[in-house]
Write a protein that binds this ligand. Structure first.
Ligand SMILES: [Zn+2]
Length: 294
């Protein structure tokens, strides 16, 4: 049964900007991946970790950027950034779609990331965030979908999914956040969690829009002593491993686990947690600046 808040958002050539044409023109293609002797297949998803929550995805003939945090190290609205982006903003272009889980936290959208938004074709984000950002931002409610067309007519459906940025009952304090599920025929389904700390939310996503093949999870076990009794505000390493099992995802790419001081668990904890939960073969741990072809 469709939820009462079902609200389809369709982006196509009738939109104010001719998205289909613009996106197709900007497509630059996937690199081929060699597998099994002479067979050549195209990767369903290429992921480059830019740093923090920011990753460049190539999927369905489109280039997607998650939560742009592109500023140099420094203090941003009370949060401390320790490393700058591994890929310069100029080298990220063209970006067809920014998947912005929320606009009101500086580790998800820092000043340089905010400047970058105008350089993308579209910004998909929360309804409240789209009102604040204006311009090319499009607001999505959880469980609503947008249709995009990439190179050679590939159709990608983006479904906004819930994200709970803290313990139960914290939504009003933390403000709205969404994640995204990307799906296209003949391609693996990809889940980008946004800042979510709840495995119940992961379960609801697996039930409603699963199965998920590849999960890009905001990990890092964010903790801020002055907020919400030190509860985690994003997935811990253990919960990221548990999420892999709930989703039955063959591959998990953690993001949002390095580069800021409020991320309390990083690469060593992720390796240990995935090994301890019996899913170490699913972990695709990227160094900033490196790319995985899945
Ligand atoms: Zn946040």
């Amino acid at each position: 049964m469709l939820p009462s808040m079902w609200h389809p958002v369709v982006l196509d050539a009738s939109s104010p900007v001719a998205v289909r044409q613009t996106l197709a023109e900007r497509f630059t293609g996937f690199p081929p991946v060699i597998s099994r002797g002479t067979l050549v297949r195209m990767a369903a998803l290429d992921v480059t970790l830019v740093g923090g929550p920011t990753a460049l995805l190539r999927y369905g003939g489109l280039r997607w950027l998650t939560d742009p945090a592109l500023s140099p190290p420094g203090e941003y609205s009370g949060l401390t950034k320790t490393t700058g982006p591994a890929v310069e903003p100029d080298d990220l272009e063209p970006v067809d779609v920014v998947l912005l889980s929320h606009d009101h936290h500086s580790d998800n959208l820092d000043p340089a990331g905010r400047e970058f938004l105008a350089r993308a074709g579209r910004v998909l984000t929360t309804a409240a965030g789209a009102v604040r950002l204006g311009g090319n931002a499009v607001g999505m409610e959880p469980w609503s979908s947008a249709e995009l067309t990439g190179a050679e007519g590939a159709h990608v459906t983006v479904t906004a999914v819930p994200a709970q940025h803290g313990p139960d009952g914290s939504d009003a304090i933390m403000g709205p956040v969404i994640g995204f599920v990307l799906a296209a025929s003949d391609l693996e389904t990809v889940y980008v969690s946004g800042d979510n700390a709840s495995l119940d939310v992961v379960r609801s996503i697996a039930q409603r829009v699963g199965p998920v093949d590849i999960a890009v999870l905001h990990a890092g076990a964010v903790q801020r002593p002055q907020e919400l009794d030190c509860n985690y505000l994003t997935l811990s390493s253990d919960h990221a491993a548990e999420a892999a099992k709930i989703l039955d995802a063959a591959a998990v790419i953690p993001v949002h686990f390095e580069g800021w001081t409020h991320f309390t668990q990083g690469a060593p904890q992720l390796r240990a947690a995935f090994a301890g939960n019996g899913v170490k073969d699913r972990l695709r741990l990227l160094e900033p600046g490196s790319t995985a072809a899945l």
